[in-house]
Design a protein around this ligand. Structure first.
Ligand code: SF4
Ligand SMILES: [Zn+2]
Length: 536
């Protein structure tokens, strides 16, 4: 890794420097938020040694606020944050990796490196960071929070992503310990049990507003669903990979499509958000069969995921797939075919789903043959734009940096519904006049009692699976220019309650991360065993 030198603080005792900084801050105050690039401005005020770094200016700004020379200003803070896009959806993401542990799977494309969890590579950026901290959950969480904070991000709302192969295959003690230490870091004080740490997080400095794990479809049983909820999990990344039993078998995934259907049904009925991972170019697939497979994600009511990651199969040395390639039995798609396939796929994604990623973060030097384009998403995007096409997924419609008061005041509520196996789903979305998404809510009405789940308190409750309002992450309760805290969340909740009541439901539950407990309490929800529940 190359080390970047840390920029020195600006000397505000120097009259010229001080005047220069004040000038920049004055301009930044009115700099349009959607014009994210401030480098021309920084170049204009260049110093003898070059332009100022954002972090230098942020430090100077903080000092001047502290000295009461200037007032704190949200627009300035937003512009000076390192990579504003990181917390643009209102929440600071913190990804941590579990240490390497044998996975029961034998997938022929999966790398198995000594220093990285199965399916990960020791050269991936996230893995490098985890190795640096010896996979210690506390150190990984604390350092990530610290570095987000240092670059100006608000860190009182944290989405914790636990990565590293198959969560469910780790021993339960390891899982508990791992999560306990992550929560200790968010709580900034230790607890003796996970349950205690989860309780403590309700009033902690860094509240957990989402907890994500990744696992295999065959690991999801009713008992596992219960355990995940007890651990505070709110979202599950599921390795679906293909919806064709023959392809699953050829690639030795070790599970069937029926098992994927069951996992999704159980998770969705318990309120979890589901991120499906799907892989084109597996052994035995063709671009044509992949497109048909992708269509099943939306046509089949047993699927219909909330979020999606498209991970084209990467050909890596040391895998069985590599041997097949050497024997001439496997061939990665030509780049052009892959681009065309992904473009076609994007057109099928439904508006209730968010396509989080297209292509994995694999360093190009690990890929033996096939596309090495890490910017596949942009290439596809450009191609679609040229052809006058647009992806309708959540990510492509998010309001992002444009969440200004004026647009938020003119939003309109639109409701989509769709059927899944075991639920009727309502996707309530607030759209600006420009059709950008300012916030949404997922309401899930069970079509029959949830007898298959060992969770009595939600047997026949309507379930809110997600509430999301966009805008840069702000402090809890802070009123800013962004989309958050303008009451959109409350309005979405009221509308969901009306819909549930009209459909004959007496109770409304929500799968809430532990740190959002007060938010729901203030809106009439009482804490049940595992879910806040409101009587209708
Ligand atoms: S289930 Fe995932 S981690 Fe396990 S072998 Fe398959 S791809 Fe690798
Ligand atoms: Zn999209």
């Amino acid at each position: 890794m190359t080390k970047r030198s840390i920029p020195q603080p600006i000397d505000l005792g120097d009259r010229v420097e001080r005047e220069r900084v004040l000038n920049i801050l004055r301009v930044l105050k009115d700099w349009p938020l959607e014009k994210r690039d401030i480098s021309p401005l920084l170049r204009k005020y260049h110093t003898a040694t070059g332009t100022y770094a954002k972090s230098q200016l942020l430090g100077a700004y903080r000092q001047l606020v502290e000295e009461n020379v200037i007032k704190s200003n949200e627009s300035i803070e937003y512009q000076l944050r390192g990579r504003p896009v990181r917390t643009i959806s209102g929440v600071a993401p913190v990804a941590v990796l579990t240490e390497s542990y044998p996975c029961p799977g034998e997938c022929i494309f999966c790398p198995n490196q000594k220093d990285a969890p199965k399916s990960y590579l020791d050269g991936e950026p996230g893995v490098l960071r985890a190795i640096q901290y010896g996979y210690d959950p506390y150190a990984q969480t604390a350092s990530r929070i610290q570095s987000l904070q240092a670059t100006g991000h608000s860190v009182d709302k944290i989405e914790l992503l636990v990565l590293g192969g198959t969560w469910s295959s780790y021993p339960e003690e390891y899982q508990e310990h791992f999560l306990l230490r992550c929560f200790d870091a968010m709580n900034e004080e230790p607890s003796s049990t996970l349950a205690e740490a989860l309780r403590r997080n309700r009033t902690a400095p860094h509240r957990n507003v989402g907890l994500v794990i990744e696992t295999r479809p065959d690991a999801i049983t009713p008992a596992e669903v219960l355990r995940l909820r007890e651990q505070g999990v709110t979202k599950v990344q599921l390795g679906v990979q293909s919806l064709d039993d023959q392809i699953l078998e050829l690639n030795r995934r070790g599970h069937t499509v029926a098992q994927t259907h069951r996992a999704i049904r159980l998770l969705r009925r318990a309120g979890f958000k589901i991120v499906a991972h799907w892989m084109p170019n597996l052994y035995g697939a063709t671009p044509g069969s992949d497109l048909l497979d992708f269509a099943r994600l939306w046509d089949d009511p047993a699927m219909r995921p909330d979020e999606l990651k498209i991970y084209p199969t990467a050909l890596l040395e040391g895998t069985e797939l590599y041997t097949l390639w050497q024997e001439g039995k496997y061939q990665p798609y030509a780049e052009e075919d892959l681009i065309e396939l992904v473009t076609q796929c994007k057109l099928l994604i439904q508006p209730y789903c968010r396509a989080n990623r297209i292509m994995r973060d694999i360093p190009a030097n690990y890929i033996v043959s096939g596309s090495k384009k890490s910017n596949l998403r942009q290439i596809v995007q450009q191609r679609m734009e040229k052809a006058g096409l647009a992806c309708r997924c959540i990510r492509c419609r998010e309001i992002r940096g444009h969440a200004r008061k004026q647009s938020i005041e003119r939003v309109q509520l639109e409701t989509l519904h769709y059927q899944t196996e075991g639920t009727q789903e309502y996707f309530l979305q607030y759209l600006t006049p420009e059709k950008q998404l300012a916030g949404f809510l997922r309401l899930s009405l069970p079509t029959a009692p949830r007898q298959e789940l060992p969770i009595p308190e939600i047997q026949m409750a309507a379930m809110i699976r997600e509430v999301h309002v966009y805008g840069p992450a702000q402090g809890l309760g802070e009123q800013g220019q962004g989309g958050q805290h303008h009451g959109l969340g409350t309005r979405l909740l009221s509308r969901a309650a009306e819909i549930a009541q009209a459909a004959g439901f007496d109770e409304l539950a929500v799968i809430a991360a532990v740190g959002t407990w007060h938010y729901y309490q203030e809106r009439g929800f009482k804490q049940g065993e595992l879910y806040p529940i409101r009587q209708l």
